[in-house]
Design a binder for this molecule. Structure first.
Ligand SMILES: C[S@@+](CC[C@H](N)C(=O)[O-])C[C@H]1O[C@@H](n2cnc3c(N)ncnc32)[C@H](O)[C@@H]1O
Length: 339
């Protein structure tokens, strides 16, 4: 029997920015990092975070009600999840992407209607001037925040790719647009026989090198600097591109896939991983919203389906293609060059 229609899901989604911003402000204030040192009373937390009397109790109790904090005998503490994933002092910290969502995306998404009407980005490049990466990379703090955010959003998929892709058949890899280098590091950690490079813009180099050294794979993974608009891609058995193609319009997507085809030997592979939209474009809401995020963040970027990407790979010459799910909304599309 059909249940009566209710407005619940409409209201929940429509006001979804309330729980979202409450969590983002808690991360901005460093609440979970503070509580990782031990449970605190309302008064202690207010003093530590410099909060006004008026909203403090409602704020912490909202986080309890949302399941991001626990409260016992008037003392607030992290949950297992927030203690593990939102404490800046832990390697398992995934807050980088949420810090960027708070400092950049939250405001920019306010311009979604205008972006839908004009087709123009709503971020730093809105008022003209240099591209997204040049703009962000001109400020060392924003550069570090952006690269850490990429690790935050990709870490789960990076671990899955390192274990799921048949690297045993190959000896070298190149991660194009490697950012902090987490994918390159995870692949090297899980596949001791491999050597690889991370390829990215020059500003990224020192941050990449520090990261891979910190993970203990600096001896087998090195940084190659350059722009994929100005040069060929580094030659390797396997070329990987994570959240790269979605940044650009169709002609650039095709150019990058053609450059990857030229960079791998016979039998070599291209691995594209993103929040790949389902072919029916009706289920992977995150992938579709990531495409709206590209509308807001870039002049021509958009996300795509597995079938789209397989078609572009075949057009570039890749003989066999397949799509494999990774984790959450993410999947990889694999193209193999004929032997
Ligand atoms: C959205 S991030 C993706 C980072 C990482 N692959 C991931 O999935 O988490 C895009 C990356 O492309 C790099 N990039 C942008 N323009 C580039 C260019 N012209 N040549 C090489 N890398 C570039 C950026 O520096 C950044 O690291």
């Amino acid at each position: 029997m059909n249940s009566e229609p209710t407005p619940d899901r409409i209201l929940q989604t429509g006001l979804g920015f309330w729980p979202s911003k409450t969590l983002l402000s808690a991360i901005e204030l460093g609440l979970f990092t503070e509580l990782a040192r031990g449970a605190r009373s309302l008064g202690e937390l207010q003093a530590l975070l410099g909060l006004h009397d008026r909203g403090a109790r409602d704020f912490f109790d909202t986080l309890v009600a949302l399941g991001f904090l626990e409260r016992k005998d008037g003392h607030y503490a992290n949950t297992v999840e927030t203690g593990l994933f939102l404490d800046r002092a832990k390697p398992s910290y995934i807050g980088g992407i949420l810090e960027m969502a708070n400092s950049r995306l939250y405001g920019f998404w306010g311009g979604l209607t205008e972006a839908l009407e004009t087709g123009l980005p709503q971020n730093e490049v809105k008022s003209g001037g240099p591209g997204l990466f040049e703009t962000i990379y001109s400020d060392p703090a924003r550069l570090e925040g952006f690269l850490a955010a990429m690790t935050g959003i990709s870490h789960g998929s990076n671990i899955a790719i390192a274990r799921q892709f048949p690297f045993a058949d190959y000896a070298t890899f190149a991660d194009v647009g490697t950012a902090q280098g987490d994918l390159a590091a995870q692949i090297a950690l899980a596949n001791p026989h491999l050597r690889g490079v991370g390829f990215d813009l020059p500003e990224v180099g020192p941050i990449f090198e520090e990261y891979v050294a910190g993970v203990g794979v600096a001896g087998r993974v090195e940084f190659v600097s350059g722009s994929f608009f100005d040069r060929e891609l580094p030659k390797a058995d396997v070329i990987l591109m994570g959240h790269i193609l979605h940044d650009w319009d169709l002609p650039v997507k095709k150019m990058l896939i053609e450059k990857a085809y030229a960079a791998v030997p016979a039998g070599g592979a291209l691995v594209v991983y993103e929040s790949i939209i389902d072919d029916d474009r009706s289920k992977n809401a995150f992938g579709l919203m990531m495409s709206l995020n590209m509308l807001i963040e870039t002049p021509g970027g958009f996300d795509f389906t597995g079938a789209d990407c397989e078609g572009w790979m075949k057009a570039a010459g890749f003989q066999s293609t397949r799509v494999e799910h990774l984790v959450g909304p993410d999947s990889m599309v694999i193209g193999i060059k004929a032997t």
